[in-house]
Design a protein around this ligand. Structure first.
Ligand code: GLU
Length: 467
């Protein structure tokens, strides 16, 4: 069987859009499913809009999503000699020709066509048979046009949309090179041909380009790959997903504290389905992924579900891994992690209530901030029966050899029984004096993480403040 080869071919002109990431995931999954190859190509021929930074963002996004590629990155700008070589051959055997029409001239042509109620298209005026004896204008740098067939039609069986047919009459003679730089449609065909790409999987916004590209493949005598066009991703309102809906770039999700496996899973599931499979790993996706399962309808992003799914992954994530990921986020908030309570334990305690790493960092911060006790709040927390309860608690924990949550909880229970009080009168002063936080997860575990010495120190300073 022929090797299955897929590629993702982003243009480095900004961020990596969620749609591009999803395409990359499907390309990756097809390659992995069939034991084929997945390639990365950077389409940087648009010199005005391509930047090094945007290329780096693509590389970072691929890495973050764990989309390992087998070949590349191939940069189109490194391949100029190859495109020029193919153009020379096409010029030599009449499959392409030089066109000297100026932009003004073409604009006038389009105007006239519009005025006559016709669809604007190039009229073939520089096709060799149409310009016999016509002087070549001076000072005009010609573009190279592909001689598209005049008759017949182009048909392909799209792996997602089914059979699509376009009449050649609808297509005009495409510019394939300008100032020595290939245009998108030409570069993509030469590359996919040279890179032996078997499946071209890309956004449905390229459907219009496909018949032109198929004509180029034919002219080059190249094997035509399978095409699969993916419906676009829409926002929750059904309109094309854009910044106004929320975050649309992969690395924004990283910044917001999403886990890459959750983003991978959510995007893969968006517009593709397999039975009732909702939550899956990369390996599981690769095992069952088929283009057949891609929906023809545009997918709708649901940001709430996205975050919910991330929360599920947070719950299951390894504590030590979360600690590594959240540490810089706590430090960015001014927390001092080194020398403070064990961050792995803190993550274990807080991860199930953290939908993202950012929420986890917010919740964990009180463990690592210098304690600032508010005298008012401390006094209020010690009012009524609370002070006595707290003092009994202090006496109870002093002799503990193992300052663990169950031991601490035992002391709390004793105080509650002896003083016939509920949990509140003891938990409130502990929360306010030790943590100076509004919300504290499980108090016994929280105290364990601070350690006995620190807990006693904080209680003593609170009591002193109240007096
Ligand atoms: N550079 C094109 C894009 O980013 C690639 C399209 C294709 O995959 O052929 O849309």
């Amino acid at each position: 069987m022929k090797e299955i080869r897929t590629r993702i071919a982003p243009s480095p002109t900004g961020m990596m859009h969620l749609g591009t990431a999803r395409t990359a995931i499907y390309c990756w999954a097809v390659a992995r499913h069939f034991g084929g190859k997945f390639l990365l190509r950077i389409e940087d021929t648009d010199q005005k809009r391509s930047t090094k930074e945007a290329t780096q963002v693509i590389l970072d996004s691929m890495k973050w999503l764990n989309l390992d590629y087998d070949e590349g990155p191939v940069y189109q700008m490194d391949r100029l000699p190859r495109y020029r070589e193919v153009v020379e051959q096409m010029l030599a055997d009449g499959r392409a020709y030089k066109c000297y029409a100026t932009p003004e001239e073409l604009e006038a042509l389009r105007e006239a066509q519009r005025a006559a109620g016709l669809k604007p298209r190039y009229d073939g005026r520089w096709r060799p048979e149409n310009c016999v004896g016509k002087p070549i204008p001076e000072g005009v740098e010609p573009v190279i046009r592909f001689r598209n067939p005049d008759d017949g039609e182009v048909t392909w069986d799209d792996a997602v949309y089914g059979r699509i047919t376009i009449a050649n009459k609808e297509l005009d003679d495409l510019i394939i090179m300008r100032n020595g730089i290939p245009t998108y449609n030409f570069a993509v065909v030469v590359d996919d041909w040279d890179m032996k790409v078997s499946h071209v999987i890309r956004g449905a916004d390229h459907i219009n380009n496909t018949p032109r590209q198929i004509n180029l493949y034919r002219a080059l005598g190249a094997e035509i790959p399978v095409f699969a066009h993916l419906p676009l991703i829409n926002g929750p309102d059904g309109q094309k997903l854009s910044k106004r809906h929320g975050s649309v770039s992969v690395m924004e999700y990283e910044a917001q504290g999403f886990l890459p496996e959750a983003v991978f899973n959510y995007l893969a599931r968006l517009g593709w389905g397999h039975g009732n499979m909702e939550k899956f790993t990369r390996e599981e996706l690769a095992e069952v992924f088929e283009l057949r399962g891609v929906s023809k309808a545009a997918a709708r992003i649901d940001f709430k579900k996205f975050e919910w799914l991330n929360g599920q992954y947070m719950k299951e994530a390894d504590d030590a891994r979360l600690a590594g990921l959240v540490k810089p986020r706590i430090e960015k908030r001014g927390g001092v992690v080194d020398g403070g309570p064990d961050l792995v334990g803190v993550c274990a305690l807080l991860k199930s209530r953290s939908a993202t790493l950012e929420v986890l960092a917010d919740l964990a911060l009180f463990f690592y901030k210098p304690l600032v006790q508010d005298p008012e709040a401390v006094r209020a927390a010690l009012a009524g029966e609370n002070r006595k309860a707290l003092e009994a608690f202090v006496e109870g924990i002093k002799p503990l050899e193992n300052f663990t949550a169950p031991e601490i909880y035992g002391v709390i229970k004793n105080v509650m029984q002896q003083q016939s009080i509920k949990m509140g009168p003891i938990a409130t002063p502990l929360r306010v004096l030790v943590c100076a936080a509004d919300r504290v997860p499980q108090i016994d575990k929280t105290l364990e993480l601070f350690g006995k010495e620190e807990v006693l120190k904080r209680i003593a300073s609170g009591l002193a403040l109240a007096d």
